[in-house]
Design a protein around this ligand. Sequence first.
Ligand code: UTP
Length: 296
Amino acid sequence: MVQSVRKAVFPVAGLGTRFLPATKSIPKEIMSLVDRPLIQYAIDEAREAGITEFIFVTSRGKSALEDYFDDAPVLERKLRDDNKTDLLNALSCTEMDSGAIAYVRQKEALGLGHAVWCARRLIGDEPFAVLLPDDVISGEKSCLKQMVEAYESTGGNMVAAMEVPQEQTSSYGVLDVQDDMGSIVSVKNMVEKPDAASAPSNLAVIGRYILTPKVLQNLSSFERGAGGEIQLTDAIAKEANGEGVYGFRFRGERYDCGSKIGFLKATVAFGLSRPDLQDEFSTFLYDLMATSKAAE
Ligand code: UTP
């Protein structure tokens, strides 16, 4: 029996330069799809997968994230006095038990691998999940829950994977597959940001991981990889020998909300999926398209 996954790390210490000037003062993870910040989607997903301890790796300028998961007594009292029960209910997803959420600082943005390493003392000696809030995944069952279920039969390390167009491999960590068993693949190597010609496959890693503490040890050598950063992919690749690392083809739609186009696509998709907005919003989009077609 594998040890259950109770802890999740949320690396949120990046600079978010692709969203400047907005991210000069707003953490990227607080930017919202309709009315929920990106971080809320990641927390909900972790909760659905059975995570009970939440570790944020933060940096200077991210205090809005801490406030978001704190009580807001003045606001709550006002909503209660005004009988705004629906709005009070909307706030309930931001509630965290005392001590369930912890923050560590990454002093310098040296890479995703370094950010995860910063959480090592809070993780201790047990398997843990990593969720990148930029990757928002919609679907019937949350991506991390699907992974936790698959991990119960594989153990080891598991990364979420999806096929990408070959010309996009240079934006991802890419799997060198040993055995393709359908939704699960065993991995013999992983390469961070290979160009299309040298990529071992087009099966790319996206921001959900279940990792063993051995990966933290591997990170402590501070080896620099692609882009001069301490890469999480490289530390996981050290465990890949056909049995130590598995790729998991999740079911669901993934939006890269770390990029402008991905964020826009997610905004439209989530807006259209909201019963309270879909009629007016779809009419608006339809009219907008018709007007721009007519103008061509
Ligand atoms: P990105 O590669 O998207 O970097 O990081 P970024 O800084 O957030 O955004 P851009 O590229 O400048 O626009 C992927 C995830 O890893 C975290 C980020 O916060 C994001 O959740 N990260 C990255 C860290 O926590 N620390 C780092 O040193 C690098």
